[in-house]
Design a protein around this ligand. Structure first.
Ligand code: ATP
Ligand code: MG
Length: 385
């Protein structure tokens, strides 16, 4: 008999993903410590213990590592130097620094995927404005300018549709000639994501494929099952499993893909952690992505990933025009709609378009779930005091 439940998990990052990890760990009686610079972070308030420190504070990371059995991250923008230091001292980190290093640089990630034969759209390293102009000669308008490091929720992306956009896009992304690259714009018909989870014994489970709609590059809706053909589904799963073998280790990994007009799949990007497009798994699947991630990192058997019912997830963003202490309006009315589940992250400040929560609706059909999602989503608003 193993007493694995008494293992302690250190989570680097205290945002909503960390909070959902802590919450699933707590259900199984697993002790968690969260490290985050914000003393009021969403996850730290729920964890057994918090360490308030920046993500590259070696002393704090070492303290965390010494107090737990395994370390994991809720986001990928963490100093890999610091993680390598912990690994050199014999501590276990999932994802390992070597994998995280590749993934956290979007350009290097694409190079690695391409090198292994994973289908990706065309992309090119560019240096400054002249480089962007050269890339446009090859790809034509529109093109997607991206920062390689530190991007999230579309904040590191800018579309260039005409010559006037070039300088604006370059400056919008910080005007750093070395940290940008260009992607050919993919006129996709659908976006999907495939969530995978690897266990310590090399078993990899795959979740039902999610269909995603983004607005202004921010995830708006995830619906499951994805409305794609069986052949596309099988292809997506095969690609995701290959990607996991290249960039995965232990725990969750999300593979975002574009479905093109010709029916091909191109990998957009990979996140080596639980992902926003996997929030639907909390109510929609037998085992959530957060529970499976915790199970994976401490070596418990992975749970089944089957979909229980058609599910729609919508993000709740900070209302435009409001900044400050958040107030959730309309929760009573939204929760009166059968099948609506509400998640509010407990962030101390709302800002326009900041991810403040989400709703999940399960129903007997996707149409019914979406109808309810439309109603609930219109009612709930995050304003400020
Ligand atoms: P997230 O944190 O939500 O995953 P991100 O900041 O890492 O987002 P990307 O995934 O690169 O950004 O892009 C966000 C969205 O922008 C994509 O989901 C897609 O809708 C659109 N997009 C990104 N790259 C391209 C492209 N080459 N062609 C067309 N659309 C794109
Ligand atoms: Mg993305």
């Amino acid at each position: 008999m193993h007493d694995i439940i008494s293992k302690k998990v250190g989570i680097i990052g205290g945002g909503q993903l960390g909070k959902m990890l802590v919450s699933e760990a707590a259900k199984m009686g697993i002790y968690t410590i969260v490290l985050d610079p914000d003393k009021d972070s969403a996850a730290a308030c729920l964890a057994n213990k918090k360490i308030i420190a920046s993500f590259d504070n070696r002393a704090a990371l070492l303290k965390l590592a010494k107090e737990v059995d395994v370390l994991t991250c809720e986001f990928e923008h963490i100093s890999t130097e610091a993680l390598k230091y912990l690994e050199s001292k014999g501590f276990t980190v999932y994802p390992p620094a070597e994998k995280l290093e590749i993934v956290q640089n979007k350009f290097n990630q694409k190079v690695e995927l391409k090198k292994h034969g994973i289908p990706v759209g065309d992309f090119l390293k560019v240096h400054g404005i002249e480089g962007i102009k050269d890339a446009i000669k090859i790809f034509n308008y529109p093109i997607m300018l991206k920062t390689s490091i530190g991007a999230y929720d579309g904040k590191g992306n800018s579309i260039i549709r005409c010559e006037e956009d070039i300088e604006k896009a370059f400056m919008e992304l910080g005007g750093n000639a070395d940290s940008i690259y260009v992607e050919k714009f993919i006129p996709f018909v659908k976006e999907i994501s495939v969530l995978c989870c690897g266990g310590i014994n090399d078993e990899v489970v795959v979740y039902p494929i999610a269909e995603n709609i983004h607005k202004d590059s921010i995830l708006y809706e995830t619906s499951v099952p994805a409305m794609i053909s069986d052949a596309q589904r099988n292809n997506a799963i095969e690609i995701a499993r290959k990607v996991y073998r290249i960039l995965g280790s232990v725990g969750m990994l999300c593979v975002e893909m574009f479905l093109t007009r010709s029916g091909d799949l191109l990998v957009n990007e990979v996140a080596p952690r639980p992902h926003n497009s996997g929030h639907y798994t909390i109510e929609g699947c037998i085992t959530s992505q957060f529970e499976n991630h915790i199970r994976a990192v401490i070596g418990l058997p992975l749970g089944k990933t089957n979909l229980i019912m058609p599910t729609v997830m919508r993000n709740i963003l900070g209302e435009d025009g409001f900044k400050g202490t958040p107030v959730t309006m309309g929760a009573y009315e939204a929760l009166a709609i059968g099948g609506v589940r509400l998640h509010i992250y407990g962030k101390k400040e709302t800002k326009p378009k900041r991810k403040m929560g989400h709703i999940t609706i399960t129903a007997s059909t996707l149409d019914k779930a979406r109808e309810k999602a439309d109603k609930a989503h219109k009612i709930i608003k995050i304003i400020s005091k």
